[in-house]
Each structure stands twice: as C-alpha cells, then as structure tokens.
Design a protein around this ligand. Structure first.
Ligand SMILES: NC(=O)c1ccc[n+]([C@@H]2O[C@H](COP(=O)([O-])OP(=O)(O)OC[C@H]3O[C@@H](n4cnc5c(N)ncnc54)[C@H](O)[C@@H]3O)[C@@H](O)[C@H]2O)c1
Length: 427
C-alpha cells in the first residue's frame, strides 16, 4: 500500500521543501534538487527561503541529494520546479520539461508522478506525460500514472501551511487519486478534495491566482481614478468594506512568482484555442503599470518642493512583506522608473539577501544602521516589512531634507505619528 512507498520530491524551493519535510514525518522522503548550493545549505540546516527553521530541518528525517541515483528507489515522484514566464510573458516550461526528463530516467512500472508546479490545463498530461513516456519507454496511464496536486501555500504565511490547508489532488484514475488522497491526507488530517480530473485541478489553481490578480487590478484602477479626484483610496476602501460582501483587496505592486505570472499561463492556454482573453490581460497590464504610476505620482508631488530630482530612500525590495523573496519584485521596476526621472536611490531591505539584490537587479542594499544624517528628498515605503513599524518620525526627520516627504505606497504608516508629523503621501 502507498504508506510504504518511498517519495521523492523534485525541486526543493518554497513549495518542495515544506512539503518534503512534512511528508518525511510520515514516510521515507528523499528531496532532490539540481542546485548544489541549495543542497549544501539544506544539509547544514539552512533554508534561505525562511520557510523551515534550522531546528525543524535538523529534526526531520528528510534526506536531500543532488545525485539522481539516490531517488531511484522512490515509487512516488512529486515535481515542484519553477514555472516562470519568458521575456514575452509566455510560459517557460524549461524546468518542468527537464525535471520530467530527469524523472523519466528513474521511472519504473507502477510508479506515480505528481506535478505541483502551477501550469495551464493540459500541461501535465500532454507535455510532461509525453516526456515521461518517451524517455522511459513505459506507457502512461498503464505502466505508470500521473497526478496533479496544486500548491496553495503563500511565502511567509505561517497560518496557511501545507499541514493546515485543503489540498486538491487529481489523477488519471480513481485508484491513483485514492493513493494520493492517502499520501497528502496523512499530512493535513485528511483535508483533501479530489478534483474531477487533472485538467480540472490545473485549471482551478491557475484561476485562483488570476482571480486575485484581477481583483487587485480593479483596486489599482480605482486608486488611479481617486488620485485624480484627490480622494484617499484607503478612506474609500475603509468605508466600502463596511458592506458585508465587499471584497477586501488593496491596491499595490503585484510581483513574485505566482499572482503576476500565472494569469499569463491562463492567457496562453486561451490563445491556443483561439480565445483572446480580455479581462485577464487587462488586469495584468493595469498591475504592471503601477510602478510607473507611483513614480509619476512621486515626481509630480516633488516638483513643487525641489527644483531638481535628488536622492530618495526606498524601504523594501522584496516582492511582498516579511519574506526574503526577490523574484519578479516590482519595486525594482519602480526604482528603474525613478532613476529614469533623474533620482538617485538608496535601498534598505532587512529581509533581502544583498548578494541576490546585486545579482538579480544590480541594486546595492545598504544597512539601516548606516542611515545617518542623509538629506533624502523622499522616503518611499515600498514593502511593509514588520521592521519598518519600528521607524519613528524623530528618526525619519534626521535623514530627510527639511522639505522632504514620505511616500507610503502601502498606507502602512497611515495611522501613525509619521503621517501626522511629516509631509505624507499615500493612496
Ligand atoms: N512560491 C510559492 O509560494 C508557490 C505557491 C504555489 C505554487 N507555486 C508553484 O510551485 C512551483 C515551484 O515554485 P517555488 O516557489 O517552490 O520555486 P523555487 O524557485 O523556490 O524552487 C524550485 C526549486 O526547483 C529546483 N529545480 C529547478 N529545476 C529543477 C530540475 N530540473 N530538477 C530538480 N530541481 C530543479 C530549483 O533549484 C529550486 O530549488 C512553481 O510552479 C510555482 O508557480 C509556488
């Protein structure tokens, strides 16, 4: 029965590692990743994503490896590799295809291959299944079976973890679906939903994120309208949210690996069947315009205070609050837009890795302790990390020019003394 089968998790990132650690409490799990540095770190108990503590990693029975031979003994393979978009915003399935090829070389009769990577309907069976079949010489749906189980966890979220959320599973046949229900259910108290098919599960995941993107795009559009009307968007939202069915979304930058990417997967799938998606792509375009919108707002506001663009301090670089994840952060676009307007920038982010900031974006992070007596024209709160709650107006005044002001893109300091004591802009 499945409880004796060894599991291999392929791709030990934000999704794969927490899953592998949790499953390893129930059965033998081997984690495989092509990134040697990642494997070395994990062996030392270091998870740079911040999802799993050293203590938890040390206590787990998870074995990690970058050697393919080590996962040969597995009978269930779970693939959690990145599914980004390319420069034209088209799905880039390279990692998924490579991982499928890797698994195909160790695949045996009776094995199950489950994909967790976010894709559009059809990818698991028509692309990954074919690669697995061609390279292994085994027949898909007969010698081995496919499953798809989308991941819903949210970087940095310690409440909605793999052990606490409803997990969707799907498979090529009811028997495999039951095995997966058993496997994943051992992790979360049986909180499993079996989707009608693999394509249904793929579609469910991609629309969950597209829905969020579209809702945020609506918030961003109304914020652009209210700025022109000289109305506070946050005041409007506070009033509207007293209605029982008003949805609690907020405007802002939409970056990262999921919300800003997955709608393009849905759009590509639509195009392949000759449907040109309007709402989905309009949402993407509105959200992607926000860095430039914020840069324009700042520039216009500052022209009444300073004759020339000068130096700004940007607080936060990661794609969202309280995580170290810099992937696809739109703060980088904001910084670029401000640079193009003539500003110079210092950037502080207590969560981000300075080396990654340099490698990904050519941005040299500075430390908060080095912020002394600098005459910034503006302080831009771009990401609401907990650490920035500690900032006091007295401190900010010491690093601001006498005519300087605070741009709070998140409304984070809205109800604090900072908004009362320093010239303050928010939506
Ligand atoms: N990050 C999230 O919170 C989240 C949430 C839901 C779904 N997802 C989806 O899950 C998938 C994985 O995302 P992630 O955030 O964990 O990515 P990640 O970049 O954090 O981790 C992916 C890992 O896979 C490894 N890898 C890449 N190619 C490989 C290969 N061929 N063989 C073995 N390992 C390989 C990388 O080295 C990396 O360690 C994506 O499809 C993503 O859209 C992510």
């Amino acid at each position: 029965m499945s409880s004796r089968k060894t599991v291999a998790v392929v791709g030990l990132g934000y999704v794969g590692l927490p899953l592998a650690v949790s499953l390893s409490n129930r059965r033998k799990v081997i984690g495989f990743d092509v990134d040697h540095a990642r494997i070395n770190d994990l062996r030392k108990g270091i998870d740079h994503t911040g999802e799993i503590s050293s203590q938890k990693l040390g206590a787990s029975t998870l074995q990690v490896t970058d050697e393919l031979a080590d996962i040969k003994e597995a009978s269930i393979y779970i693939v959690a590799v990145p599914t980004p978009v390319d420069a034209q915003n088209k799905p880039d399935l390279t990692a998924l295809e490579k991982a499928s090829k890797t698994v195909s070389s160790v695949l045996c009769k009776g094995d199950i291959v489950v994909f967790e990577s976010t894709v559009y309907p059809g990818v698991t069976e028509n692309i990954c299944g074919k690669i697995l079949e061609e390279n292994s010489g085994l027949k898909c749906g007969q010698d081995f079976h496919l499953g798809y189980s989308p991941e819903r966890i949210n970087p940095g979220d310690k409440v909605h973890t793999v052990e606490s959320i409803t997990k969707i599973v799907s498979a090529q046949n009811p028997h495999t679906a039951e095995e997966l229900k058993d496997l994943y259910g051992s992790m979360n108290g049986g909180n499993i939903f079996i989707a009608a098919s693999i394509q249904v599960a793929e579609a469910a995941k991609v629309i969950e994120n597209a829905q969020r993107d579209i809702n945020i795009a609506f918030m961003n559009e109304i914020s652009q309208i209210f700025t022109k009307l000289n109305l506070s968007t946050f005041d409007v939202l506070e009033a509207a949210s007293t209605k029982w069915n008003f949805l609690p979304f907020t405007p802002g930058l939409v970056g990262g690996h999921c919300i800003g990417v997955d709608p393009f997967y849905l759009a590509e799938c639509a195009r392949q069947i000759n449907h040109y998606p309007q709402i989905i792509l309009a949402g993407r375009s509105t959200n992607d315009s926000m860095p430039h919108h914020f840069a324009d707002q700042l520039y216009q506001t500052m022209t009444s205070r300073f004759a020339q663009p000068g130096k700004l301090l940007v607080l936060g670089l990661t794609f969202k609050e309280n995580v170290p994840d810099l992937r696809n952060t739109k703060v980088a676009d904001l910084i670029m837009s401000l640079k193009n307007k003539g500003y110079q920038m210092d950037v502080v982010d207590p969560r981000a890795d300075p080396k990654e900031a340099m490698d990904f974006y050519n941005i040299a992070l500075i430390k908060e302790k080095d912020l002394k007596n600098r005459a910034y024209q503006g302080i831009v709160l771009a990401v609401s990390h907990e650490e920035f709650k500690e900032f006091k107006p007295t401190f900010l005044k010491t690093i601001l020019d006498k005519d300087g002001m605070v741009f709070d893109l998140k409304g984070f300091w809205r109800h604090t003394k900072i908004s009362e004591e320093i010239p303050y802009w928010t939506l």
